[in-house]
Design a protein around this ligand. Structure first.
Ligand code: ATP
Ligand code: MG
Length: 390
């Protein structure tokens, strides 16, 4: 994103004019070298957070305890983080304290992987003490420094490695992989929300299978909730993390609700997944008009994709889904021209469990095209029903 780079360079220039050093660092440099789309262009600087705030008119404290200030310039907001080193780690995740420093070299040393430890100056030159560029060219994920020590500090890094393996289709350098294997169990220290956030990114990676293989081979999968069967993910690909979760859920079998609960998915995510799994099951028998009515296009398309992944024979196509939905007499329950009160009046009965059932039957009859969605038609149909049921 050009605007974000321009914004970052504007910020760097002003910091330099004030006598400080500043660079673009992390994911943006990595992705630029890879020719991938860049989303966040982060700046690191020798200026202390208070100094950053003095230089710019508009700033927002977004993580001042970690040295991060959001600087607002016309092009785009930029995250500016003071060079820092991390203090002692005691919980396998966060350092007890961070210390601000004036040296870029020290800041780069605390970063997780060589590909993420490259800085770019305003003139485009790279500061690359750990051979990150070479590793990017070789498509390798390598810990900065001693892998074992780096994963012992922060176990989340192991999961990040698997996520990057999925996103970039990189392999993990042997010593780094060995360290993951040795310390996989430490992943249990990581808050499940952080794990979920990494899996959200893993599912949408262009090489999900590679990511899953990494989880399984490193042993990380053993310590995460649910079953991870790499082979099942061959050929899987999506742009939507929810679809990854749905597929993961399906692979869990009956246990899926419990597994998803342990990842604390949102209600919205869970209800989408539920719909996909129900639609997938219904597909084995062939979708009825009621199925086309009940499930969203997205849920049906996803279920269809799953059946292809499982190499199941199905007649339906994506266009077929759209057409079948377009042909439905009604799209929502609200479009019915008759309601519960009408049924009560016509039958002369008080409300009760029968009413819900009758409404459902009426809905199904209308959706199936057995009755027109028209008052007199429905009334005739309803009276016939009562007659048959006695
Ligand atoms: P993404 O494309 O997903 O944003 P990213 O590499 O930019 O990937 P971020 O989480 O945005 O990842 O972190 C920015 C940078 O901060 C990383 O490139 C890396 O240098 C450093 N970093 C992030 N998390 C860690 C960590 N757990 N340990 C060490 N360094 C980290
Ligand atoms: Mg980033």
């Amino acid at each position: 994103n050009n605007k974000e780079w321009q914004a970052a360079f504007t910020v760097i220039k002003q910091l330099e004019n004030a006598g400080y050093e500043a660079v673009v660092v992390g994911g943006a440099v990595r992705d630029a070298l890879l020719g991938r789309a860049v989303h966040d262009v982060d700046v690191a600087t020798s200026a202390m957070p208070s100094e950053v705030k003095e230089i710019f008119a508009h700033t927002v404290d977004i993580g001042i305890q970690h040295g991060t200030v959001l600087v607002i310039v016309p092009e785009s907001p930029v995250e500016v983080t003071t060079y820092r080193t991390d203090g002692e780690y005691t919980d396998h995740r966060r350092p007890e304290v961070v210390q601000f420093v004036r040296s870029l070299a020290e800041d780069l040393r605390r970063r997780d992987f060589t590909m993420n430890a490259i800085a770019m100056r305003r003139d485009g030159s790279l500061v690359d003490y750990y051979g990150g560029r070479e590793d990017i060219e070789a498509c390798v994920i390598r810990a900065v420094g001693e892998a074992q020590a780096r994963f012992a500090e922060d176990a989340l890094r192991m999961l990040r490695a698997a996520r990057f393996a999925a996103q970039l289709s990189f392999t993990i350098e042997p010593a780094t992989k060995q360290a993951m294997h040795e310390q996989a169990a430490d992943i249990e220290w990581i808050a499940i929300e952080r794990v979920k956030a990494e899996l959200d990114k893993l599912w949408v990676g262009k090489a999900v299978y590679n990511g899953l293989l990494t989880l399984v081979e490193s042993g990380l999968a053993t310590y995460l909730p649910g079953k991870f069967e790499a082979e099942q993910w061959q050929g899987f690909s999506t742009k939507d993390a929810q679809i990854g979760w749905a597929y993961f859920a399906w692979l869990q079998g009956e246990n899926w609700p419990e597994v998803l609960r342990s990842y604390r998915l949102s209600n919205k995510e869970t209800s989408f997944i539920k719909a996909v799994l129900a639609a997938f099951e219904a597909l084995q028998m062939g979708w009825t008009k009621m199925d086309y009515f009940t499930y969203s296009e997205a849920a049906l398309v996803t279920a269809l994709d799953f059946s292809k992944l499982q190499k199941l024979q199905v007649e339906v196509t994506q266009d077929g889904i759209r057409e079948a939905q377009a042909r439905l007499p009604i799209r929502t329950r609200n479009e019915l021209v008759v309601n519960g009160l009408d049924l009560q009046n016509w039958s002369g009965q008080k409300r009760g469990p029968w009413l819900k059932e009758a409404l459902q039957e009426m809905l199904e009859a209308v959706v199936a095209g057995e009755v027109e969605n028209e008052r007199q038609h429905i009334k005739d149909w309803f009276e016939l029903q009562i007659f048959h049921k006695g």
